[in-house]
Write a protein that binds this ligand. Structure first.
Ligand code: HEM
Length: 244
């Protein structure tokens, strides 16, 4: 990541911290500052608007209940590329914001080997080497980047379809729709992981904080890095307190 992008990200974090606050109570840790939350929800809003308007364009009959939300069929078609562009713009800032913690590291390869146990809830606590994001979260992030690039290229080709040949436009339709399906699958898994599968995660995107217990259960290496405490010891202590 270039130093200009890093500097921009740092100053944006500072500016946003002046407008919104994140209260961290005793026993809690700051997970996502105001700027990150603003970007995440902006990406989410424009993703959902793109998805809904895209469905209505894809199958006007099946999704005819959607078009009135956007003011009718022609307006839905006119708005969709703008929703998509705004999704891409916000994701670009999110990409800069999360580039560093999303870097693939050696421990992610080990996490991938244990993915089955993670999905089936066989482990009560993540291994010691899981940092700020786990490998599954990183894969989702990089998939969004690939899809965002594909949406942009194919979307522009379909938008300005008189500039290129018919077959290029036809291939763009297929790629655009496949990318949307991939994103839809990722989105469903993401909502499940961020809410029901990992209780205590959703609040990190609302008020910006998590409990220390959540951190040492799901991201022990991050817990160690921010508190300087041994996560295994802290977990055992929490367990003993709970049993009392
Ligand atoms: C609307 C429902 C959504 C909910 C409830 C939700 C919830 C969350 C939560 C709680 C986190 C923080 C996870 C953590 O700190 O470990 C998160 C992170 C993230 N969100 Fe969302 N989100 C939603 C929509 C979206 C959408 C539409 C996108 C992009 C298309 C998105 C992309 C991400 C990414 C890349 C991360 C970081 C990696 C990860 O945690 O998977 N989210 N989300």
């Amino acid at each position: 990541m270039s130093t200009t992008a890093k500097k921009f990200d740092e100053s944006a974090r500072g500016e946003f911290a002046r407008f919104g606050t994140t209260r961290v109570h005793p026993g809690e840790l700051l997970r996502h500052p105001v700027y990150t939350r603003f970007l995440h929800w902006s990406v989410a809003i424009f993703f959902i608007l793109s998805l809904l308007s895209g469905f209505a364009i894809y199958s006007p009959w099946l999704f005819r209940w959607i078009t009135p939300l956007f003011g009718g069929g022609p307006r839905t078609r006119a708005l969709h590329p703008w929703f998509g562009l705004l999704f891409d713009v916000f994701f670009l800032f999110q990409f800069i914001n999360w580039f560093a913690p999303m870097a693939w590291v050696e421990s992610d390869r080990r996490w991938m080997k244990r993915m089955r146990q993670y999905v089936t809830n066989d482990v009560r606590r993540e291994p010691e080497d899981v940092g700020f994001f786990n490998a599954g979260q990183k894969i989702y992030f990089w998939l969004i980047l690939v899809s965002a690039i594909l949406f942009l290229i194919t979307g522009l080709l379909m938008w300005f379809d008189d500039v290129v040949g018919r077959w290029i436009v036809a291939v763009s339709y297929v790629i655009h729709d496949l990318a949307a399906l991939l994103m839809l699958a990722g989105f469903i898994i993401h909502i499940y992981e961020g809410t029901a599968h990992q209780p205590g995660t959703f609040r990190s995107m609302m008020d910006g904080t998590v409990t220390e217990r959540w951190a040492l259960t799901h991201h022990p290496a991050w817990f160690r890095a921010v508190t300087g405490r041994d996560s295994r010891e802290a977990y055992e202590r929490e367990k003993r307190q709970e049993e009392r």
